[in-house]
Write a protein that binds this ligand. Structure first.
Ligand SMILES: Cc1cc2nc3c(=O)[nH]c(=O)nc-3n(C[C@H](O)[C@H](O)[C@H](O)COP(=O)(O)OP(=O)(O)OC[C@H]3O[C@@H](n4cnc5c(N)ncnc54)[C@H](O)[C@@H]3O)c2cc1C
Length: 432
């Protein structure tokens, strides 16, 4: 009988505890709420959703839909309860948040293999263990992790620019190049003339932002400013800052544009691009509306929106194996948002993969998810060398290319088919 500690009763922690319990492990699940609350949680239920009640797209040919299908295939507790708590929301899976958290809490409390301990964890757990204390990890434990893993291995903030799907960029309007030709054609440049810039500027400065919460206030002192805050300093601030056009000639017009938005490759396949200098507090809908005013981005699809908020996560590329186990502390995993995946179901998925990996270690099985699955690809993404590591949502850009001449829809279908087929075979062979 294996005894495992899971710290954090959020989405990742509950999924991990459930998967381990299913396989006969005795799990001690430590959750500090309701004794000690985070700045965003409201109650004491396990797996409480901190913000939106949407778990993303349902369409099986979208990355969100595929992730759901993979989770269902592996008997995810969180997915089962999400399906049972579903409320109508068009093409998305939205849930009645109280019913959702209530169902999960009841399932966990009713499982004879899981003991829930309502207490604050302020120590590095003994192996075997999974740490899944999320983006709002209690400061005491955060300090312990910092001391244990290295001061520069633990981040407290996420200040990230939006990431755009390469296929959604209008390549007839943008051009490759670096300022003054330094660094070769490393950037995709979106040129704006004066009128285009003026329109973009006035919409950007008037757009709705997320109200910075009290606990997020200090971020501005540590990181560069949100693009909209910078813009409000004056109409030319951006043109002399992240949108400066100097050293760039638009080959279509044969001259230097008034302003340039630069996009940088986010992955080796060039399937995703990062909007350089566009960390922002604009609400997601406004990011879509305002950033689509930039020439070339009219049809942009956002893989990840820009964010600036408190978000604890570790330097996973330096610290983790590709099953969320800490290289330096065998038998201890870090999962969920703390491991650098982003989103409710991504966090759930990492908890599931970490639990399977740990169970494999305890029982002498090699449990490695196929890289063609989003669950496997996310685990690979967070553990791959990356000097500019930022948490990432599930997306098709993480998957190995499908290598055929297909249009976008066909390719998405192929990605989904390939993943689910591989996963089915893998699960059968492993006798899960
Ligand atoms: C403000 C905010 C809003 C977000 N909104 C969304 C959104 O709308 N959609 C989306 O997809 N993602 C969102 N995210 C990102 C992320 O997907 C969620 O935070 C997700 O819940 C992360 O899952 P998790 O299991 O890693 O952490 P959590 O769900 O946060 O669970 C961690 C648990 O650990 C507990 N804990 C923390 N420290 C300790 C300790 N020392 N001892 C014991 N217990 C501890 C906490 O109480 C919590 O229950 C948001 C994040 C934040 C911070």
């Amino acid at each position: 009988m294996h005894r495992v500690t899971v710290v954090g009763g959020g989405l990742a922690g509950c999924e991990a505890a459930w998967q381990l319990a299913l396989r006969g492990c005795k799990v001690s699940l430590i959750e500090m709420r309701p004794q000690k609350m985070t700045p965003a949680h409201a109650g004491g239920d396990l797996a409480e959703l901190v913000c939106s009640n949407s778990l993303g797209a349902l369409n099986p040919d979208s990355a969100g839909g595929l992730l759901k299908a993979e989770l269902r295939q592996l008997n995810s507790l969180i997915m089962t309860c999400a399906d049972a708590a579903q409320v109508p929301a068009g093409g998305a899976l939205a849930v009645d948040r109280e019913k959702f958290a209530g169902l999960i809490t009841a399932k966990i409390l009713g499982n004879a293999n899981i003991q829930v301990r309502r207490e604050l964890c302020a120590e590095f757990p003994q192996p075997p263990a999974i740490i899944a204390t999320g983006p709002l990890t209690d400061p005491g434990l955060a300090q312990v992790l910092r001391e244990k893993l290295g001061q520069d291995m633990f981040f407290f903030y996420d200040a990230a620019s939006p990431i755009i799907e390469a296929e959604s960029i209008d390549h007839t309007k943008v051009f490759w190049g670096s300022r003054y030709g330094k660094g070769g054609a490393d950037y995709l440049n979106c040129p704006l003339d004066y009128e285009e810039y003026s329109r973009f500027y006035s919409e950007l400065t008037a757009a709705r932002t997320v109200m910075p919460k009290e606990f997020e206030g200090e971020i501005y002192f540590e990181h560069c400013l949100p693009v909209e805050v910078l813009a409000k300093r004056g109409p030319k601030t951006l043109v002399f800052g992240p949108l400066k056009p100097v050293g760039l000639i638009d080959p279509r017009r044969g001259k230097q544009p008034y302003a340039v938005v630069q996009l940088r490759r986010e992955d080796v396949n060039s399937s995703m691009f990062n909007m350089v200098g566009f960390q922002t507090n604009l609400v997601w809908g406004e990011q879509k509306r305002v950033f689509r005013l930039i020439p070339g981005l009219e049809g942009a699809e956002f893989i990840r929106f820009g964010v600036m908020h408190r978000n604890s996560f570790i330097n996973s590329p330096r610290l983790l194996e590709n099953n969320y186990q800490l290289k330096e502390f065998p038998g201890v995993c870090v999962a969920g948002q703390l491991a650098g995946v982003e989103g409710y179901l991504e966090s759930t998925g990492s908890g599931l993969v970490a639990a399977l990996g740990l169970w494999g270690r305890l029982t002498g099985r090699d449990v490695q998810l196929p890289p063609e699955t989003l669950l496997g690809a996310m685990a690979a993404y967070v553990s791959r060398p990356n000097s500019d590591f930022q948490p990432m949502n599930a997306n098709f850009g993480l998957l190995p290319p499908i290598g055929e001449n297909l249009n976008k829809m066909q390719r998405r279908q192929k990605y989904s088919e390939r993943s689910l087929k591989k996963l089915l075979l893998w699960a059968k062979n492993l006798i899960l």
